[in-house]
Ligand binder design. Structure first.
Ligand code: SAJ
Length: 422
């Protein structure tokens, strides 16, 4: 069996490599010539634990080759990004271009799977008509299915294999063909449905999480207003057997959860009011963090703030839609003298803000340390040791990973966001 995977990002590359190490002949395709060149030399352009080793094994076995154009294959997987534009609408240009690129190679009996997160009906209304330019009919001459990925960045390689997977076919036979393909390596259940249901399932999953994080963030603001400590309140509420409130933080980032709910808002604005409200709450959260800082620690102008972490969440190098970056920009605009430190991307700078290359450089002259991302290496910091490295007297923990008592014992004033008590 031969497989052609179009788009070698966080999903396409692990998927292509895993199929290759399970015996399929895989052609990986990417439009970026630098990525093609790198991968063919066994170098990887993304950081994901274990990915480099997997890609090298796939390339060395001869089962994975990387080209810039699709080639004839038994099956095609489209795993290109669906970014969203300024107007909060899904940009399907990459999906369309990938489908167009497959058309000249499509043969009777082939299977095409779309994995890119897309607005409901994309497989049926957008992808099928493009592929049918080949003269072949979707669902009759070739199979077509939508299968969302559900892997968590940081745990992609394990979750790709173990998670349950939904396959939505434009016909039951297409769903079955998709199931047969993924069965090669997926050990979790593979559940078949129709294509549009599968698209909606994916969007519902991430929207559900966004709404629940928004609830946590809104509770944090309320607790702050009522002189309650949100973390104490959440711990108590979560003792209820059917309540599981998520963690408030500086907001919701990444290319999934902060984006996907918009696809539903775009497709049905009048029926997506709660979804829209949740998006607004989460998007305003960096501003809440800055407002909290101002209320608790006074005037921001001239304040020297060491901002630790810029990634969208802990232990990833991904800065897309990162609320930490938004918070830094707001602090900068408020006149604070911010210096950032992001260990996973030390060379990245927020415009107009210096970036330190190590922790000590970031914190030594600071008045205040602001923790924006709970990277393991920040979590592991020993307050006594930090005290010896910094002029700062206050730490503000936006992700609640530090122990209040330990920081206080080391002589810091400790605040976590959503704390109305301190
Ligand atoms: N966050 C909070 N509070 C929480 C949990 C998360 O503020 O209690 C923030 C994180 O810091 C981050 C954002 O939310 O900024 C999203 O992080 P995440 O770890 O919840 O999810 P992602 O975006 O890394 O991956 C999600 C996953 N979806 C769900 O958990 C429902 C993953 O399974 C999907 O595959 C992925 O989106 C995707 O590609 O769609």
């Amino acid at each position: 069996k031969t497989l052609c995977v179009v788009g070698l990002g966080y999903i396409g590359l692990p998927t292509a490599s895993t199929f290759a190490t399970h015996g399929l002949h895989v052609v990986g395709v990417d439009i970026n010539p630098e990525i093609v060149e790198k991968l063919n030399h066994g170098e990887v352009h993304l950081f994901e634990p274990g990915l480099r080793t997997l890609v090298q094994a796939a390339v060395q076995s001869g089962n994975l080759v990387v080209h810039s154009q699709p080639e004839p294959a038994d099956a095609f997987i489209i795993a290109v990004p669906t970014p969203f534009k300024e107007d909060k609408r899904a940009d399907l240009d990459f999906v369309k271009a990938a489908a167009e690129a497959i058309v000249p190679h499509l043969k009777s009996g082939n299977l095409v799977i779309l994995e890119s997160t897309s607005p409901p009906r994309t497989t049926v209304d957008v992808v099928a008509p493009i592929l049918e330019k080949s003269g072949l009919k979707a669902g009759t001459d070739f199979d077509l299915a939508y299968s969302p990925e559900r892997v968590l960045p940081g745990q992609i390689l394990r979750e790709l294999i173990e998670n349950a997977r939904v396959i939505g076919g434009i016909t039951p036979a297409s769903a079955q063909a998709g199931k047969d393909l993924y069965s090669i390596f997926v050990t979790g259940d593979i559940i078949m449905t129709d294509a549009t249901t599968a698209e909606m399932v994916k969007l519902m999953e991430n929207t559900y999480r966004d709404i629940n994080i928004a609830a946590a963030n809104e509770f944090a603001r309320l607790a702050d207003q009522f002189q309650v400590d949100i973390w104490e309140a959440i711990a108590l509420a979560n003792r209820h057997p059917r309540v599981k409130i998520l963690n408030p933080g500086p907001g919701v980032g990444g290319h999934c959860i902060s984006v996907d709910p918009w696809f539903l808002v775009e497709a049905a604005p009048e029926n997506a009011q709660l979804i829209l409200g949740a998006r607004r709450v989460n998007d305003e959260q960096p501003a809440y963090v800055v407002d909290f800082l101002r209320r608790k620690t006074g005037e921001l102008k001239g304040k020297k703030i060491a901002a630790l972490g810029l990634a969208y969440k802990a232990d990833v190098d991904d800065l897309r839609e990162s609320p930490a970056i938004s918070a830094v920009e707001l602090l900068r605009d408020a006149g604070a003298q911010v210096i950032t430190y992001e260990p996973f991307k030390a060379d990245f700078t927020v415009e107009g803000v210096p970036a330190a290359t190590n922790l000590e450089e970031a914190i030594k002259d600071a008045d205040l340390i602001l923790l924006l991302v709970g990277h393991s290496q920040f979590k592991a910091l020993v307050p006594q040791e930090v005290k010896a490295m910094t002029a700062a007297s206050v730490v503000v923990d936006a992700v609640n990973v530090w122990e209040r008592a330990a920081w206080q014992a080391a002589g810091f004033r400790y605040l976590h966001i959503g704390d109305g008590k301190n």
